[in-house]
Design a protein around this ligand. Structure first.
Ligand code: ZN
Length: 246
């Protein structure tokens, strides 16, 4: 029923253990995400690579979301609220100090590297909300100057920056020159963050992933291939409270 694997269309996806299988029984294209995060695309016999690629692109968001969920489940339950929050991007390690009380939950910075959570800690929704708001703020404070500096240093221009919290994308660049960055970048190594900034800045010149785009990225970031792979796997470094309990 299942014949050997077809050639893959992208090294990046192959590295992530994506496989395509041709099946004589398959009547249409389907995709499955295994609990390990492995992705298998099953296609009818003699489906063109172009069609497969198109199918994958159309479902990429769904696939990434499923893979994220699979990985989340694989990780043992971390305590909540977390005891510590490690922000690798800026080399910060925050201790979370929880003081109870019956008041409305509040988050406040008590000192360098000390984040206080007060109020009813049983209110998990509010606690999640507060931690996320703090994360978004920290991301704004760290990533905005980092992007400014990177653009200035390398001679790129952009219109404005937006910080977002997304499950499937690390960043994007609009035709109007708005660069969006995912707050989860704070959990990645500085070299990885710098690569992503260069990637999005290069989109201000090339609105695609053409050869010329990658050449532009490579000029400023020779290690881009391994850093891109590391970033693809970067969801593993995002604590579950960033998306959990919504
Ligand atoms: Zn891109």
């Amino acid at each position: 029923m299942v014949t050997p694997q077809l050639p893959l269309w992208s090294d990046k996806d192959a590295a992530e253990a994506w496989v395509v299988r041709e099946s004589t029984r398959a009547r249409r294209l389907t995709v499955r995400v295994f609990h390990t995060g492995r992705v298998e695309v099953v296609v009818p016999a003699r489906t063109s690579p172009h069609k497969i690629q198109h199918f994958v692109e159309r479902h990429r968001d769904w696939i990434e979301r499923k893979r994220h969920e699979a990985r989340q489940k694989a990780v043992p339950d971390a305590p909540f609220p977390p005891l510590r929050i490690e922000l690798a991007a800026c080399g910060e390690s925050w201790r979370v100090y929880v003081s109870g009380g019956n008041r409305r939950p509040r988050a406040s910075i008590l000192g360098p590297g000390l984040l206080g959570l007060s109020g009813d800690t049983r209110n998990k929704r509010s606690m999640h909300f507060l931690l996320r708001r703090w994360l978004m703020e920290r991301a704004r404070e760290v990533l905005t100057p980092a992007l400014d500096e990177c653009a200035r240093e390398l001679g790129f221009g952009f219109q404005r920056i937006l910080i977002r919290r997304q499950r499937t994308r690390w960043g994007s660049c609009s035709t109007r020159g708005t660069i969006s960055l995912n707050c989860c970048l704070l959990f990645q190594r500085p070299a990885v963050v710098r690569y992503l900034l260069i990637h999005e800045l290069a989109h201000t010149l090339h609105m695609n992933h053409s050869r010329r785009f990658w050449q532009c990225v490579g000029r400023h970031c020779p290690d881009y291939e391994s850093l891109d792979r590391e970033l693809l796997d970067g969801w593993r470094r995002v604590p579950s409270w960033v998306f959990g309990d919504e």
